[in-house]
Design a protein around this ligand. Structure first.
Ligand code: WTA
Length: 656
């Protein structure tokens, strides 16, 4: 990302919120922001307790806000009781039962609207179906579904009965699904026959069948299948039940299960530095609070907004800003099954026009690809309904920011560049759009109550503009509670001793003279490919599980649209293929292998072969050298510790 960082570093443009925006904003002007921050600094627990009392309807009010006695296993509002689904649905029934909750647009353009009253009834009905299959509080339910009203119903129904959902992105392979079902010891899987994307039918149920056939999924006693595409499926009558059969005759009301604020709401697997994805476990009360306050602060949510977050529910963004946040504040939101380029690259703009979306939240990778495929297309649509834009998931380069600002936002809409992670549950560092002046490429300042800082290896804050590790120094309500089944990995990974109790985010960053944060990238071996988080170790393990492969090392290189591209350096067991045709065939075979092992999103962009990998005398792969080779940079680093310098020439040759 070096070019990106250079251009970001030279960025001097500043965009102030308009007076009109500022006047109507939930947090108005820097004075409004500072007042909240100061409140949190004066009385940290009191600040969060006030917000939790005001924004959540508690079945039983908590007495203690923060319990640090088991640090780093912090607890928030633990003696309070609530139900997240009740807070998303029932809470609104008295005041706005006929308000539209979801506007669903299918891949083929078909639109379905559903009110809060209807959504509540469907969630209750499905919750009863789950209960009748003996699924209960604390059970894990894997959800492997397309974007649909049903997936929101499935997640909310789990929350309603206190079952812990684990959503697996539909682009992950059956093997990834198998590992996640096994790790969570899930008792049920909710899926669909297939998903529709870009006019194509992509099977889902068959991947579930394959995953279960791989074994170690004995806890699964039910597979509930929503019929989306009407495609043929294999049927296992011992496990399988159609969604429509499961809900038939079920009552339309369902008393929610009141749970402790610390009861796990969900697990979401994400990539880290090892080959094994980690099950990030979130709470009920603290997580919900984070989703609600960020809807108000960052998205400046107002009751007449039409909110559209384009993220898939397979990622954390789709949890916090599709399934939970927008419903918890009683909003109307758009959800979309398809892809931004089908039937053409104007799809997003057409949908904004049609649904009169006021807030639009997407990923830089989508913005970059739409610039490339139709930079002028937004002009053909009426985007005057928009009042606020957002981005998430990776750094946005200033050029893409400026295009988004001028072409989509028509220089009228503030952009919130939101920095956060699966582990943080909600936005951490982001502009409050009616308060902070924005700078293209910076996520600006931490939210009120978020004590973000930049430190060195010893945990000391770095002075001035220096880069360092991004940490959050005080526990906050929406943070990860543990890694499912692996508390030690949680402790060591996020709260290493040197950080002295601070949460280590895994990103590097620096701050400018105004205190604005500029995210520089990951400090671990995690890549962001088209906004998807992938571990290089996972891809390496997938490669070496191929019988042809002896060794593999994976690094990222900057990519114009995807942010990062995946480059794999591979040592084969036999001899290195020499002629172009043989190389091409092996490359294709290995790319397809990774796609089958992990999912199409993890397919390497380039594969290069060598007789060995550059290693230190102690046998460690020197990744920084591979990164330099992958980007075609001159190798300026010290290579005196390199065991086999000749290998560099070979790997460099291999690029040409
Ligand atoms: C990166 C996504 C720069 C970062 C919500 C983080 C960002 C990782 C931004 C988390 C941003 C996310 N600017 N980088 N606005 N937002 N990132 O878990 O490296 O999929 O650690 O959560 O994405 O990715 P995850």
């Amino acid at each position: 990302m070096s070019n990106n960082i250079d251009s970001v570093l030279n960025e001097t443009r500043v965009f102030h919120p308009s007076d009109a925006f500022m006047r109507q904003a939930n947090v108005s002007g820097m004075a409004g922001y500072r007042a909240l921050r100061q409140e949190a600094e004066r009385d940290y627990e009191g600040f969060w307790a006030r917000l939790a009392r005001e924004n959540i309807v508690w079945h039983k009010l908590f007495h203690t806000a923060l319990d640090e006695s088991k640090a780093p296993f912090f607890q928030w509002f633990a003696d309070g009781e609530l139900n997240v689904s009740w807070n998303c649905l029932d809470k609104h029934l008295a005041t706005q039962p006929e308000k539209t909750a979801l506007i669903f647009e299918a891949d083929d353009g078909k639109i379905t609207r559903i009110t809060y009253r209807e959504l509540h009834a469907r969630v209750c009905q499905f919750a009863n179906a789950l209960k009748s299959r003996n699924i209960k509080k604390g059970d894990r339910v894997v959800i492997y579904m397309p974007m649909s009203i049903e997936v929101v119903v499935a997640m909310q129904a789990c929350a309603r009965i206190g079952a812990i959902h684990s959503v697996v992105f539909g682009g992950f392979s059956s093997k990834s699904l198998n590992e996640r079902i096994e790790d969570a010891q899930a008792c049920a899987v909710i899926t669909a026959d297939a998903q529709m994307r870009g006019g194509k039918v992509m099977p889902l149920k068959s991947a579930v069948d394959e995953a279960l056939a791989m074994g170690r999924c004995d806890a699964v006693h039910s597979v509930i299948v929503y019929r989306r595409a009407g495609s043929e499926v294999q049927w296992n009558s011992r496990l399988d039940v159609w969604w429509h059969d499961a809900i038939a005759g079920q009552a339309l009301t369902c008393e929610p299960e009141w749970v402790s604020a610390e009861h796990p709401l969900f697990i979401l697997y994400t990539s880290g530095s090892t080959g094994k994805p980690k099950g990030v476990q979130h709470s009920s009360g603290g997580y919900l609070l984070g989703a609600i306050v960020t809807m108000q602060w960052v998205f400046d949510y107002k009751p007449d907004d039409i909110f559209w977050c384009t993220a898939d529910v397979g990622w954390v963004t789709g949890h916090s800003y599709v399934t939970y946040g927008p419903l918890a504040v009683g909003g109307t939101e758009v959800i979309f099954e398809g892809i931004p380029t089908y039937p053409d690259a104007g799809r997003f703009w057409k949908m904004i026009q049609q649904h009169k979306a006021t807030i639009f939240y997407t990923a830089p990778t989508a913005i970059r690809s739409l610039i490339k495929l139709g930079g002028e297309l937004p002009k053909q649509y009426d985007l005057s309904s928009l009042r606020l834009l957002g981005t998430v998931g990776e750094p946005i380069n200033p050029e893409a920011w400026m295009w988004y600002y001028t072409m989509v936002g028509q220089s009228r809409c503030p952009i919130v560049d939101t920095w956060w992670q699966t582990e943080t549950g909600c936005h951490m560092i982001s502009p409050l759009p009616g308060a902070m002046p924005t700078k293209p490429g910076s996520c600006t300042l931490p939210l009120p109550g978020i004590m973000a800082a930049i430190v060195d290896e010893a945990g000391n804050e770095v002075p001035g503009n220096q880069g360092g590790f991004l940490v959050i120094q005080r526990p906050f309500p929406s943070q990860i509670r543990t890694i499912w089944g692996d508390p030690e990995r949680f402790r060591n990974g996020y709260f290493p001793k040197e950080m002295r109790g601070a949460y280590l985010a895994g990103d590097s960053s620096h701050r400018d003279a105004d205190g604005y944060f500029w995210i520089m990238g990951r400090i671990d071996d995690v890549l962001k490919v088209s906004g998807h988080r992938l571990g290089t170790m996972e891809i390496e393990s997938a490669l070496v599980s191929n019988p042809l492969v002896a060794e593999a090392a994976v690094v990222g290189r900057p990519h114009e649209i995807k942010g990062e591209a995946i480059v794999a350096f591979v040592v084969l067991k036999g001899t290195r293929p020499q002629d172009t045709a043989a190389i091409k065939k092996t490359v294709e075979d290995l790319r397809n292998w990774v796609s089958k092992e992990l999912g199409p999103i993890a397919k390497p962009d380039d594969i290069r072969f060598g007789d060995n990998l550059p290693k230190t005398r102690s046998g460690q792969i020197m990744r920084r050298l591979l990164r330099a080779i992958a980007t075609g940079e001159e190798i300026t680093q010290d290579i005196s510790t390199l065991e086999n310098p000749a290998i560099l020439e070979q790997l460099k040759q291999a690029i040409k």
